[in-house]
Every structure is written in structure tokens, then in C-alpha cells.
Design a protein around this ligand. Structure first.
Ligand code: NAP
Length: 259
């Protein structure tokens, strides 16, 4: 019999690419607290990575899920329903923008690139929430969590279209929280400080952003996956039961600073 705050809870984690992924840090922390996990990977390219990582989990369900593929998303939730008969929490750690759109001047953002970035990074939360809600209702409620960045509200060099996508994502959090709250389903975001991951490697000048946080954040440091995961467990689990529609800053306080 497993023990821990998440014993008996079933969670879906979307967005694991490798051991550095923020969603993997959250998955590990939830599993350590007894959660039973379904972990998805985007395509064959990442399957082996995720299979290797998941070897440490207890009886995980591993499934392919490209969030632009409606049929694949349907299959994920059908498999969860068949195996577990419900879902308690969902971690959305997915983002994408074309590399060119993260390098050229913002006014040169392509129409296609804009649509793709918003589709994968923001609309996907709606698409997943729509499917998760009925499964969460079967468990008397649930908790959805996504990952955002301060670039939603402030300008960071080269963050460009991803900042617009994060602004949309945070608005989606509020609208979903409003709609799903009466069914006891909570929807929140963590706005994490910069962490060196695969997604972060697409942002030119990322190292200098990290250094700025070390120099100027009130805690004079950057954050790591463990910092994000601990905050995630609060929002996903019973301690966060009255928190919804929130964007929680987990950034060593950087967001509060002016000159
Ligand atoms: P990551 O490990 O690269 O995770 C991003 C994930 O999104 C990858 O697994 C990626 O798969 C996946 N993805 C992209 N397109 C997808 C699609 N169509 N369908 C399914 N999955 C797709 O990087 P991360 O930093 O942990 O990012 C996780 C989240 O945290 C993102 O929303 C990111 O914006 C956010 N965040 C990151 C930071 C940071 O500094 N790292 C700070 C604040 C917020 P592929 O590798 O196959 O593309």
C-alpha cells in the first residue's frame, strides 16, 4: 500500500522530453508522494527517453500524445478511463515556438509561427481540460496545472511570440477555472523562473537571463525543477484545495523587482 499525500491519486503528465523537463520534476515529486502516473511523450523520437525515465515509477502508463493530434488525445483519455476510471490531476508542461520566431524582430513573427505557438502552447490546455473534466468529475473533482513565464506580462529579449502565447495561456487558466470550478476542478499556473531545459535552449541569450536573476532576484538565485515541483504539489494536492485561477510566481521573487 503506497503512502504520501498523493496515495491513491491518478495524474496525467504531458510534456516530458528528458530528465531536465519541469514536468518530469513534478512527475517525480508526485510519484514520491504515492501518485500513480500516466506520462505522455510527443513522438517516437522521445519514446525511448521517457520509457527510460519512467523505469523508476511504479507501474506507469506511457502513451504517445502530440497535443495537435485530436485522435491521439482522445486515445489518451480513453486509455486512462479504461485503466483507472477517473483522473485526479493533470500537469501541462508543453510549449513550442519556431526557432526563427524566437530570433528575429517580433514584428517579423510569421502568421504560421504565431498560430503554431499559440495552438501548441495555449490552446492545448483547453483541449486537454475538455477531456480531463469528465474523468475528474468521476473522482469528485481535480486539479489542472500549467507552466508559464513572466514573459506573458513583461518584455524579455527574444521571448517574442512565446510571451504572447503565455499571456493567452494565463487567460485560459482563468476562463477554465471559472467554468470548471463548480465541478470542483481547479486550474492554476506556476510562473517559473528560468531553468536550463530543452525548451529554454531555444531562447537566444538565455544564460544572461539566468545571470540577471542571480544578480537581481530577492533570493539572489535562480530556481530549479525541485523548487517548481514542490510548489506544483501544493497546487495539485489537498493543501491547495481553495486555490484556483491563480498564477503562482516561483521565481525567487524576481517578478517584484523594478529598478
Ligand atoms: P522541455 O523539457 O523542453 O518541455 C517542453 C515539452 O513540450 C517537451 O516535452 C516538448 O516535446 C513538448 N511539446 C512541444 N510540442 C508538443 C506537441 N505538439 N505535443 C506534445 N508535446 C509537445 O522544457 P521545459 O522548460 O520543461 O518546459 C515545460 C513548460 O515550462 C513549458 O510550458 C515552458 O514554457 C514552461 N516554462 C519553462 C521555463 C524554463 O526556463 N525552462 C520557465 C517558465 C516556464 P519536444 O521536445 O518533442 O518538442
Amino acid at each position: 500500500m503506497t503512502s504520501g499525500t498523493f496515495a491513491g491519486k491518478v495524474g496525467l503528465v504531458v510534456g516530458v522530453a528528458n530528465k531536465r523537463s519541469l514536468s518530469w520534476a513534478i512527475a517525480q515529486a508526485a510519484a514520491a508522494q504515492g501518485a500513480q502516473l500516466i506520462v505522455t511523450y510527443q513522438g517516437e523520437r522521445l519514446e525511448e527517453n521517457v520509457r527510460e525515465l519512467a523505469e523508476g515509477l511504479t507501474d506507469p502508463l506511457l502513451l504517445p500524445c502530440d497535443v495537435t493530434n485530436e485522435a491521439q488525445m482522445d486515445a489518451v483519455f480513453a486509455a486512462i478511463d479504461a485503466r483507472f476510471g477517473g483522473l485526479d490531476f493533470l500537469v501541462h508542461g508543453v510549449a513550442f515556438a519556431d526557432r526563427e520566431d524566437l530570433a528575429r524582430p517580433f514584428s517579423q513573427t510569421s502568421r504560421d509561427g504565431f498560430a503554431r505557438a499559440l495552438d501548441i502552447s495555449a490552446y492545448s490546455l483547453i483541449a486537454l481540460a475538455r477531456r480531463a473534466a469528465p474523468l475528474m468529475e468521476k473522482r469528485g473533482g481535480g486539479s489542472l496545472l500549467t507552466l508559464s513565464y513572466l514573459g506573458s506580462a513583461r518584455v524579455f529579449t527574444n521571448y517574442n511570440v512565446m510571451g504572447v502565447a503565455k499571456a493567452a495561456l494565463e487567460a485560459c487558466v482563468r476562463y477554465l477555472a471559472s467554468e470548471l470550478g463548480p465541478r470542483n476542478i481547479r486550474v492554476n499556473a506556476i510562473s517559473a523562473g528560468p531553468v536550463k531545459t530543452l525548451a529554454a535552449s531555444g531562447i537566444a541569450g538565455f544564460s544572461s537571463i539566468l545571470q540577471t536573476y542571480r544578480d537581481r532576484a530577492p533570493l539572489r538565485r535562480t530556481v530549479d525543477g525541485g523548487d517548481v515541483a514542490d510548489a506544483a504539489l501544493f497546487l495539485l494536492g489537498p493543501a491547495g484545495r481553495a486555490v484556483t485561477a491563480e498564477v503562482l510566481m516561483v521565481d525567487a521573487g524576481f517578478h517584484a523587482m523594478g529598478v
